[in-house]
Design a protein around this ligand. Structure first.
Ligand SMILES: [Fe+2]
Ligand SMILES: [Fe+2]
Length: 291
């Protein structure tokens, strides 16, 4: 993991506009980029036109080659460059030492994943419960109401949980669970059935992620405390789709996975270990990361 530090000086008097633009750009353009892990924006106490943008990437190349070579980079610059008083100074850093910090998402993720080693299939089911509770917050936010500190916190929580929990859950299912069940399914009818389930579930992941991304601008504005409205119909489609997706996994795919992986205790244990390692790394990033 590397930390990108961008030292930004903006034109005087444009702080509020810049902060809104940078938040929007980070959530909608940078957050979906490959290798992106998280960010912080810091405003200088002594120099009102100075900001530090701290972005965490898996590798240096994820930023310098992947992101900068993509269309997203031009999109990002079109959002923020108009505020710059001078070209930002950017440098990359490796972690040498860090201090622990509390993190609500890390706590949620960790508690949702207790017992991963022993019962990996149950772990996926537990995670659905945490995600569905986030969608309850999203549904509440879609009801028209004036901004309040509680609604701002709720919007921040939805943004954090979707980025940190939902996308990680989809990645774990696709990289670990689906791959393991496909590998162990009996060739022929059973394998064909698993394959058709997996194709359906992966398509649903992309659809849910696409529906959510359309809500990010309004959620980001709400997270800033602005008076923004979520598209209630779009929220309903997303929540309904996700509930149906989770229900199909709970009722059809997870029981089938239990049957197939349950035939070989070593393979079930390997899945538990793979998930445990992913969660441990994720927790360490949250607790000891430099952002
Ligand atoms: Fe899924
Ligand atoms: Fe799932």
């Amino acid at each position: 993991m590397i930390l990108e530090v961008a030292d930004i000086r903006i034109a005087p008097g444009r702080q509020a506009e810049f902060e809104q633009a940078v938040h929007h750009g980070l959530q909608t353009v940078i957050a979906p980029s490959k290798g992106f892990q998280g960010y912080q924006v810091r405003h200088s106490i002594e120099s009102p036109e100075r900001y530090l943008l701290l972005l965490e990437w898996d590798t240096l190349e994820d930023h310098t080659v992947g992101f900068r070579g993509s269309a997203a980079f031009a999109q990002w610059r079109s959002i923020v460059a108009g505020f710059f008083a001078q070209p930002p100074f950017t440098e990359h850093f490796e972690a040498i030492a860090a201090r622990p910090r509390n993190d609500v998402v890390a706590a949620r993720t960790t508690s949702a994943h207790d017992g991963t080693m022993d019962k990996p299939i149950q772990d996926f089911s537990d995670c659905h419960a945490a995600i569905v509770s986030m969608f309850d917050d999203l549904t509440a936010l879609a009801r028209p109401q004036a901004p309040t500190p509680q609604r701002r916190d709720m919007a921040n929580r939805v943004l954090d949980v979707f980025q940190d929990v939902v996308t990680a859950h989809h990645r774990e299912e696709e990289a670990e669970l689906f791959a393991a069940v496909l590998a162990d399914a009996v060739p022929g009818e059973e394998h064909a059935k698993v394959e058709s389930f997996v194709n359906r579930l992966v398509a649903e992941h992309r659809r849910v992620e696409g529906l959510y991304s359309q809500l990010i601008p309004a959620l980001s504005a709400m997270a800033n405390g602005d008076d923004a409205a979520l598209d209630a119909a779009a929220v309903e489609v997303l929540v309904t789709d996700y509930r149906a997706h989770a229900q199909f996994e709970e009722e059809s795919f997870l029981p089938l996975s239990q049957t197939i992986l349950g035939r070989n205790s070593d393979h079930m244990a390997a899945l538990g270990l793979a998930l445990h390692i992913r969660h441990a790394v994720n927790e360490l990033r949250h607790r000891f990361g430099t952002i």
